[in-house]
Design a protein around this ligand. Structure first.
Ligand code: ZN
Length: 225
């Protein structure tokens, strides 16, 4: 009897040792893998039949898609998951765009003023703007969207070559139908020569992408316990 008990205790001890080692060495990487992926929805505005075309031939839908692709690559290299609402020149309705769900939603656009406005005035209207919509479905979505806009304002303001005009509010279906904290960025005025040159030069896209990655990281930190 005594011998049997000794064996049981010994067996239990061996199992205990095995599981301690197992959890100490095998589970560490598992815990790492369990970190939640941060998912970003990138929404290049317009596409297909929906196009803002200037008389000089530049089209907003092509400019924002080119920038979004570079931003997507850099976000993915930085460990984020990215979902694009479109990757080609196709039409997607605003409700369909807003239905994409992520941890955050970023819509990319460029601004313009009418061709009829004289060059002297157009030369003065330039820079980036960030939009939120106060009619989000919940207070939390609105508050998080404001924090997101603030992080983007700070980091995009550091870009050389395009100025930051600030954060504004207006009713936008792609934002207020969203189930994620959401902002819309007007990356500059393609009706302005300086902004147009900046936004159509792919050499600048990496800097825009870096600023966006830093803004997303700053937003994440705001909600890290
Ligand atoms: Zn637009």
């Amino acid at each position: 009897m005594c011998y049997f008990m000794k064996n049981v205790v010994c067996l239990a001890f061996t199992y205990l040792l095995y599981f301690s080692f197992h959890s100490a060495f095998s589970q560490a990487p598992l815990t790492e893998n369990k970190l939640p992926v941060f998912r970003i929805v990138l929404d290049p505005g317009h596409g297909g039949k929906d196009s803002v075309t200037r008389s000089d031939g530049y089209q907003e839908k092509h400019i924002v898609l080119g920038i979004a692709m570079e931003v997507r690559n850099y976000l993915e290299e930085s460990g984020f998951e990215v979902i694009m609402t479109r990757e080609t020149d196709e039409f997607i309705s605003l409700p369909a765009r807003a239905a994409f769900k992520g941890d955050i939603f970023i819509s990319l656009h460029t601004n313009t003023v009418a061709d009829t406005i004289g060059e002297s005035v157009r030369s003065m209207i330039k820079g980036m703007e960030i939009y939120t919509d106060k009619s989000m479905e919940t207070v939390e979505l609105l508050n998080r969207s404001k924090v997101l806009a603030s992080a983007f304002r700070i980091h995009l303001a550091g870009l050389q070559g395009v100025k930051m005009r600030g954060v504004r509010q207006k009713p936008l279906a792609v934002l207020n139908k969203n189930q994620s904290p959401a902002i819309l960025i007007e990356l500059g005025f393609i009706s302005n020569k300086d902004d147009l040159a900046y936004l159509t030069n792919p050499d600048n896209y990496k800097e825009i992408a870096k600023a966006i990655v830093n803004a997303v990281k700053a937003y994440q930190l705001e909600f890290t316990p």
